[in-house]
Design a binder for this molecule. Sequence first.
Ligand code: DGT
Ligand code: CA
Ligand code: CA
Ligand code: ZN
Length: 576
Amino acid sequence: MPVHNAEIAAMLDQTAELLEIKGENPFRVRAYRRAARVVEGLSSSIASLLAAGKDLAELPGIGEDLAGKIGGICRTGRFDVLESLKRELPGDLGRIAALPGLGPKRIKVLYEQLGVRTLEDLRRALRRGRLRELKGFGAGIEQKLGAALAKPVAETRYGLPVAEAEEEALAAYLRQGLDDGSVVVAGSYRRRRETVGDLDILVAAPHGSTVGDRLTRYENVTGVVAHGPTRAAVVLRSGLQVDLRVVAPESYGAALLYFTGSKAHNIALRKLAAERGWKLNEYGLFDGRHRIAGATEAGIYRKLGLAFVPPELREDRGEVALAGKKRLPSLVELSDIRGDLHVHSDWSDGTVPIAAMAASAKGRGYAYMAVTDHSRRVTVAHGLDAARLARQIRAIDRLNETLHGFTILKGTEVDILGDGRLDLPDSILSRLDLVVASIHSKFDLARDAQTERLIRAMDNPHVSIIGHPTGRLIGSRDPYDVDMERVIAAARERGCILELNAEPERLDLNDIHLQAARSAGVKIAISTDAHAVAALDHMRFGIDQARRGWLEAADVVNTRPLAALRKLLKRQRNAP
Ligand code: DGT
Ligand code: CA
Ligand code: CA
Ligand code: ZN
């Protein structure tokens, strides 16, 4: 089995690192590092170059000696230089090198002067204050290392768009070599969680399938974590891990159910099975040694007396009990959506004219789209003041005359000021079809003040929708501190709509808040907040999150035909 370029590069890098720790000739260290970069950057695989009879020594920066070594790694998957270095420098030096402030030079000092080879050695040395005796180790490093060693390793999670791109390419690759089975993704990805920890892929194939081997040969693989007859696990270039399991057809449904999870949902099902004296596991539903279901998920749910639970609901948040009463919500679907209520144009920070956004929205089969450019306070986004907004209203009126079977709604995304007042006067807001009000500043107000600020904005009867209600950016900005229970109650009292912003970095409200809003009877607008034509596609991420929040079409205002939507928006206006 030929070895991937990325694996070869990783071995060369690791060799350089260990040589450096050992204090080897810096020239030699650099040569390995440079070779790693060259191999990594090649457009064809080393294996194919060798197969074509190419001399690797002709590659830039690679001499005869390294060319021979790289050829050997490619053919055997092993590198004797690296292996003897690992024998010489055992322990956790690799993991130690990943700690903040520790490069090969300092690790070498730790190793030579204190005998540190494992994380435990390092902890002990820190506790005894040995580090500060060393040259080049200040108090700052001691502190940083102490903190890093104390906290558990943070789990990296990947947003759905990244996971999707990886999954689609990988599944297509696996399917190509598979004439006797099927490939499906389970885990949090199938439940459409906003982020995933890894990809769990199931292949239904007869015993002896080589699909696991095929996974390890995938071009984006940088490391193989496990490799056996029914399971393989690899790490992709992006860092995302893939778990692949090969399951027999008669267990396929049971395996899909098990590996889709969530763990909490699985446990609830297993308990139900146990109450009937049965046993549920990843191989099937068993009465004694007799398999009574397992080929399909639906068959297992049926035997357990449950309605089929859509994967988005499998979080043990009440779905098992409702499935038992056959009263699960009928979840909203992308095809229910008739329009987008939060869209930007080049009047503020969008990239294209209103007409282009409208044409694209119409092409998606929508009946309406609201233009909601920023208000003036958001200066970085060329926010509109009342005069420019009045001009935009006239421009949209003219555009609407040219459109048939499609309506552009006149709106704004008005900024909520620090005290809850709005950034545009009522005299202009009253002329709009809808008003989205959002917070874009002062994210750090105390909980009470932030909550009051949002509620005060909703007090304005012109406000139809609160945009991205918690302001979070997944992975980069925490939500601001608000009492969501109070916000939801206030929205209900005022007949105000809350947004589910479908931008995959936002997905705001989240699933838990959506479920709470729904049970309080608050209506939701699923909106893309698109600043460009392509971003109108993000609606489907909003639908995923909406389904996780138990929403039905009736809970979502932009499933309504225009006339009914207008009534919902108007009701806000008449509220006290
Ligand atoms: P993730 O990867 O962190 O986004 O979340 P999941 O849900 O994909 O979790 P993962 O990849 O650790 O495991 C995939 C599924 O396998 C999980 O949803 C349920 C099942 N599973 C894993 N460990 C256990 C377990 O200890 N007990 C049970 N009942 N199920 C488990
Ligand atoms: Ca997973
Ligand atoms: Ca997994
Ligand atoms: Zn906004």
